[in-house]
Ligand binder design. Sequence first.
Ligand code: SF4
Length: 459
Amino acid sequence: MSHSKLASIFNKDEKKVDWHDKALWFVRHKRDKSVHEVKGWEELRNLGHGIKAHMLSNLDVYLQEFEANANKNGIEVHWAADAEEHNQIVLKILKENNAKKVVKSKSMLTEECHLNPYLEADGIEVIDTDLGERIVQLAKEPPSHIVLPAIHKNRHEVDELFQEHLGTKPCDGDPQYLTGEARKHLRQKFIEADAALTGVNFAIAETGGFVVCTNEGNADMGAHLAPVHIACMGVEKIIPRQEHLGVFLRLLARSATGQPITTYSSHFKKPADRKKMHIIIVDNGRSEQLARPDFRASLHCIRCGACMNTCPIYRRSGGHSYDATIPGPIGSILSPGKDLKKYSTLPFASTLCGSCSDVCPVKIDIHTQLYKWRQIITKETPQPFIKKKSMEIMGQVFAKPSQFEKVGKIARWSLRTLPKSLINSKPNAWGKARDLPLGPKESFDDWYKKREANKDKKD
Ligand code: SF4
């Protein structure tokens, strides 16, 4: 389904749209406040952008340096060309270690590879341990946001879900009670786990170590208790040096939630005694994106979610309307690179207001890239007949001032004279949720000419 069709499903519940919008705008405000406390925030953004651009230009070098150092530290490094290979490697490691129960901390890459159903098909129990992720897992839904995976669910829905799956008492959506119950439930899962899976926020070429950021400490709980730790990362997660962490950790937390620092920034460098540590480096279409000059900067993304929180379309259409692992503005750049036809409506789900580019901590020119995808999609995929024809007609109208004047006159007359029911009828999608203004009696051109003529008379 197209983005607009899926969005119209979300838009049916107006109350939900309102609080979803407000909740994300609240996070955006927190981000603004926190960012304004940092002197030299723009310099920090420039640094982040520069380090990522340099890393992408030397990706092969840094990946190999990382592998060599990680191996020296006792970490086993694996390479996966695509999602299938990634999943096969994870399964093989789990089987070699006779692991049947796996605790997973938040990893968008494993979502992208659809790892959970792959492992479950082999009889392996996978428990998502981030609270938001666990909520959507119990609801059998994908995350709707990369930082706040259950932002589309209110506390009463969570209350019902926990009663059904965890046997909790009805509590009128009391967040403290629900969090306490989730903690008890997850503690048991951590204790029973045979292996822990985590994502990677930053992998450091210089040291062969990596950093995982969580607010709940769930990555640490899993990795420290289980005998096997598997960390999965996209190739773009590499940063050249340890000192670069200071730049990205400050950019990430403030942009994501407005916190000065993520509660847990856990550094992993080598397996503990009698334990095993694996890292899987995954491409899955990233090299292709790197080869597209107009879109390679999208690989700078540090997955903070700020572009989603600020986007007026995302806030009012919900993450599921993108039908992609990464929703929102950045997802609308990444997804068409994977399947142009399937995701052809996503770059159009934007006002191109540029707010996403303004908040992006690594200065990705998001709205420019969305506009570029639109041009490619219009040429390379079949467009609806009405859209194609209406654009052709608009092109002709805009090409001739005399035509533009005539059409303008008719439009102004129609807006003033025709009944609202006709103006906002079915073919006018714009009028579904908005009122058009009353047409002015004269055009700007007429008004301007009159004004100039009056000026001349006065002179
Ligand atoms: S594109 Fe920028 S703002 Fe959006 S998630 Fe990535 S880093 Fe954050």
